[in-house]
Design a protein around this ligand. Sequence first.
Ligand code: ADP
Length: 763
Amino acid sequence: MRSKYAAIATLTLMLLGTAWSFSSNATRILLLNSYHPTLSWTDSLNYGILKTLGQSGINFEIYTENLDLKRNQPSLYISQYTRYIESKYKQAQIELIIVTDNDALNYIEQIRYNVFPGVPVVFCGVNNQYLFAPNTTGVIEEVNLERNLELIATQHPKIKKVYCIVDQTTTGKIIEKTLYGTLLRKAHPFDVEIITNITTHELMARVKEFEPQTAILYVFFNQDIEGNYLPYEAILDSLNKYTTLPIYGVWSFYIKHGIIGGHVISGHDHGRMAAEIAIKICTGTPTDSIKPVIGSTKYVFDYRIMQKHRIKLGQLPKNSVIINNPYNFLKQHKALVAVFVSLFIVLLVIIYLLIIINRNRQRLLEVSRTYNQDLEEKNTQIKESLSKAEEANMLKSAFLANMSHEIRTPLNAIVGFAKLIQTRPDLTDNEVDNFMNIIVENSHRLLNLINDIIDISKIEANQLRFNIRNTHLNPILTNCITNAQIEKDRLKKDNVSLKLITTPTIDEVEVLTDPDRVSQVISNFLNNAIKFTDNGKIILSCLIIKGWIEISVTDTGIGIDQSHKAVIFDRFRQVDNLLTRKYGGSGLGLSICKGIIFGLGGEIGLESELDIGSGFWFRIPLNVSQPIPSTAANIGLTQPNQLANKNILIVEDNESTEKLLSEALKKSKANLIITNNAEEAIEICRISPNLNIVLMDIRLPGINGYEAIRIIKEIRPELPIIVQTANAMSDEREQAIALGCNDYITKPYDAETILTTIEKYAN
Ligand code: ADP
């Protein structure tokens, strides 16, 4: 490509000035071409000549002339042309003539003795058929057809015929002759047919019809039989349009025009060789001492076309020149390739590093994102905890205020009415009875509240203990409904009906559970239902469903709105303060129920709709077990008067309790022995074999009740001991029973309770 451009530049110079000069004392050379510039062959020869002369370091002045005989008939203008040469170069003192191709050599031979006497002539592109004149030497152009035919035979062993295309120009005729000679000399594995003496049109028509398994050896075809001039490449390009057969050529400038390659002559090389001879002559070597030489030839191939015809690099002759070979490019531009490969590797390394940096960045981002998320979650948790703490604080404050109200109200009634009875002797018996009832009722209310507080604190401390035993549900349910009826009457809820619904087989069912706690939950549900229902009905139902006892209390009361449902079982929760004021209550009941039911392995819940009503339910495992014998039979109940003459020891340090007990037992005609400390009680038990029952307080000065029970039971194991105490915790009861006490009554109790309990153990 570069050489082509250089040639074009040189030729442009020649066309413009026809002389290429350096200075006035330069060696003058006439370059006479047989043909014309732009003809590839002439251009390549000229390029080789001018380039070599230019690089020699000698000062040359070049005059260029072109006979242009490819495109014209010499007879038309040759005499005028000679006159032009004569007049132009007579004074020019040409010192050397370089001619390209046979026509220019023939012409110069004719005029040199007149126009250029004694001037040496160097030729190139001339076919070897001359006896060269004296003072004439140069480079002989010898097309090696035989080598090309051998090449076709080795590359295409299956080929049956080779068509040789050549024209009838001077050179064409010489080559045709050479070809005949070659064919006569040597047999080939295929037929050879020479295509010549033909018009361009006929040539293309023939080519179209070339049978498969043939090849073409394109020598050249510059002029058809009608004298039309055509550039070599134009014919080649047309051939390629009409056939896909393999084409070989003999000149290097055919390469890149669709031929596979061939054993070719390079115009550039021949021009270079001719210029080297010219330089020798100019530097003093006598012309006749330099013998004409045969110009170099070489194998040149086009890799792209080889690929099309499946010719492998390995099957080509040694030292072949391959153009369009991608590997050649790598070989030729090793340094450039090394730079690019290094750059590529550096780029890869940079990309790799960038990927790693990016990954690390992503990882860091991910970590910081997770960290931020964690922070946000923690923040939300802290906010939630804070708002819960604030809410809990608020609830506790509200609870304390409510509690204070709930304690003060009954106390106020108790103290107030007690004082009235004490200070107003004018009161009628009826009024005193009424006031006493109010005092009893408020005392119960206060007691319930205290029990609730104890229960909730036990639930909170996870210390709620259960007294699990075989239990009949029916008595529990009827007892609860009876108490609810009493409560309903007390609250004067006449427009509310109460109903119990159970399965018919409920009598047969025994549950392993804590009956006291179960009735506590049912009573809570029922009392709430009565409290919050003014009209309609309340239904207590008990069902047995797949191993569970499900008990519910439904009412047609005020209902609970959706937002409160979720928190209604939390402690201290009441729907609102207004309601609290209207209905009263500690807000502990339902959370105690929840604690109890969870403790019994059950579930608790509610369905409710505002202004329609509520349904509170719980279910506990059935845990059916074997019926147990009634305890009443074992104990043996006594008649009321059976306490007469029984010796009962009362151990009590609180004077009012002692008085209450004495009063309660007055009618029974029992003998009461009273002591306020355990030491004395133990002694009495030791020395009094007639002692029938001991009523024992727990909190005593000195030895406490538990210790006293232990010691007395050691001395008198058969002696019944009934604990009567204000320690209402169930574990305290269990501890006392474990030590051997026979029964446990918690304060406050009424006279009836104490009497019935003592009577159980009188015998
Ligand atoms: P309280 O002693 O205040 O009744 P609870 O824990 O038993 O405490 O009940 C908490 C709150 O639940 C009540 O104050 C009331 O607002 C609501 N509640 C309970 N049962 C019912 C019901 N059957 N109908 C309507 N509201 C109820």
